[in-house]
Design a binder for this molecule. Sequence first.
Ligand SMILES: *Cc1c(COP(=O)(O)O)cnc(C)c1O
Length: 449
Amino acid sequence: MSTATTHGGPQLPQERRLVTEIPGPRSRELFARKQSAVPPGIGTTLPVFVTHAGGGVIVDADGNSLIDFGSGIAVTNVGNAAPRVVERVQKQVADFTHTCFMVAPYESYVAVCERLNELTPGDHEKRTFLVNSGAEAVENAVKVARHATGRQAVVVFDHGYHGRTLLTMTLTAKSMPYKHGFGPFAPEVYRVPLAYPFRWPTGPDNCAEEAAAQAIDMINKQIGAENVAAVLIEPIAGEGGFIEPARGFLPKIVEFCRANGIVFIADEVQTGFARTGHMFACEDEGIVPDIITTAKGIAGGLPLAAVTGRADLLDHVHSGGLGGTYGGNPLACEAALGVLETIEQDKLVERARHIGEVMLPRLRAVQEHNPIVGDVRGRGAMIAVELVVPGTKEPYPAAEIARRCHEQGLLVLTAGTYGNVLRFLPPLVIPDHLLEEGLSILEKALNVD
Ligand SMILES: *Cc1c(COP(=O)(O)O)cnc(C)c1O
């Protein structure tokens, strides 16, 4: 196939092209090597081995070109090997690769922090520091909140996902596969209901009020608001199944936090960086978090994450209390600056909205005549369908439909507490014809009888 192209990036032919079955013989060979070298705990969504990627496609070792509706889990929002990222990282890797920002600093780290202080919701004075992963950002946000409040309890929500380290798997709701067998868990973590409209027992209409009232009642009765350091929530639950909390729920929780001196932390690791048709998902309801954690979409795939928040909270921690050897690595910082330029100059916030405007009506039309589509939801380029056994709300396994998409060269991801959500996270630079083609494949794959 496109052996003429020696690099990935947007210049790759933007086409779906299958030259072998999926996965092909070369990928199967590599997968056999993976099976003997890597433990099974590291799962695989689609066992094709990648050689190039860019725009809306992923090219594999057999020369197949697949449509990408995953962006490496909401990471390559600007596309793989995005030109501004490539250029900056190539220059940086030749200049210097590491000094440790805590040992001898460099400008790009500061520039990323300045940009995040400007771009995140709220015009109050902010500070930012950089770490390596989403989990590390969440851990650090909790450290800061505990230090600044002198309190210990952390409140999280049903269906929440915050990472795989000891604290963050404790903060995560779902047992299998994230927590099962990995206890004991960290103390002082409490879970309250999330306003999940599709599954709220009394229906979606009173979901926001009822869920907020239950959550607040549990905090008051079971923990005591005065013991709570932080309330931590994803503005749209990602791994939980792209659950948009019923409108009005988040503002009520924020109001409660403000009234009780509780730090409100928005985990925007998955929702950030133009993904939802806003730079950050909190903007949709005008939420201004005290602390916001970001990662995934921040640096086009280079490992980087950030904690951004009120200056008075972040300045509370003593010198040397935060940091890490690699946090804000110079390559990752240059990549982040390239990502932020790309989002702005290529108007990717608008582009994300456009993707939603293409996907949602088509998926809602499918829902009209296909009873396994129980719910269609999401914002911008963060869209999901929740699958049900026709005529019920019983979960229908999304993995089965995902496999049918994969065979046709469409990479989709699954999610959901009940494993019944297909989620779509295309790169924001995907061309419209691939978006439409992907939706047609999906439409067919959903026709099970
Ligand atoms: C992915 C994710 C994390 C964890 O990020 P890692 O970089 O995998 O550690 C935390 N919170 C949310 C909302 C996520 O989607």
